[in-house]
Ligand binder design. Structure first.
Ligand code: AMP
Length: 253
């Protein structure tokens, strides 16, 4: 009998120890939020796609979410289209509500990769405040991809995107194996309406005025890492990986 009671006590100690260790591990490994910033055509989509494969975290592009809403003719899509066609930013509140609806999905519980959000200091403030209000503790890293203007125009005019999975291609630098067809999912490739030189000039101006101030905002918070993006996408990806915070999950990669 004494032996039996001893065993029960031992099991209790082991179990308590184990659950403590598990609790500790889960509290140490906070969800990872990677924010990819940079001017239009800096390569955010390409790096986000590669990071999704590498980290197993979903790629959340507010531009893609808007385009999906436009295709489905939702109220958000109708509001967004007028702004997107002119190269302007969609109002902050519409953007933030759409983003929070997406990151509340279960696939985001271990983190996510943000591509094209935030794009204003107000969006950034509201994003972090709302996460805090939800007591959502996340590990956040902001990667700023930079390239010069001439290179951006060259990239944008040759860019093609997959209708199915949004994978980006370039006519000269990263063409698909079969013209007009996505290597990854077999979807049709298309050129975005706002990837014309005229709309692009407007998008670049909007970037400089409304989005670039985020660089000093995140610098002052000690979260920003600069990534030069003039090299090949593979070289840029190596830099991106080096800039990620060291977490036990990443150490296994
Ligand atoms: P992108 O695919 O990231 O280049 O976004 C395409 C367009 O969607 C932008 O030019 C904006 O009009 C709109 N958009 C995307 N993300 C945001 C955002 N965070 N805030 C406001 N507008 C956005």
């Amino acid at each position: 009998m004494r032996f039996l009671i001893g065993c029960v006590i031992m099991m209790g100690v082991i179990c308590t120890g184990k659950s403590f260790a598990m609790h500790r591990a889960s509290s140490v490994e906070k969800p990872l939020v990677v924010i990819l910033m940079g001017p239009p055509a800096a390569g955010k989509g390409t790096q986000a796609t590669a990071l999704t494969d590498y980290l197993g975290l979903p790629h959340i592009s507010t531009g893609d979410l808007f385009r999906e809403n436009i295709r489905n003719q939702t109220p958000v899509g109708k509001t967004a289209k007028a702004y997107i066609d002119q190269g302007k930013l969609v109002p902050d509140q519409v953007t933030i509500d759409m983003l929070f609806a997406r990151i509340s999905h279960p696939d985001c519980q271990h983190g996510y990769i943000l591509d094209g959000f935030p794009r204003t200091v107000e969006q950034a403030r509201t994003f972090h405040q709302r996460l805090e209000a939800q007591a959502a503790k996340v590990e956040c890293v902001v990667l700023n991809l930079n390239a010069d203007d001439a290179e951006l125009v060259e990239r944008i005019t040759g860019r093609m995107i997959c209708k199915g999975c949004s994978k980006p291609y370039h006519k000269h630098y990263s063409p698909p194996q079969q013209e007009g067809v996505c290597d990854a999912c077999g979807g049709d490739l298309y050129q975005r309406d706002d990837d014309t030189a005229a709309v692009f000039t407007k998008r670049l101006e909007v970037y400089r005025v409304q989005t670039a101030p985020l660089i000093s905002y995140y610098q002052s918070k000690g979260l920003l890492k600069q990534i030069p993006s003039k090299n090949s996408s593979d070289q840029v990806f190596q830099e991106v990986i080096h800039a990620l915070p060291h977490t036990p999950a990443l150490a296994e990669k």
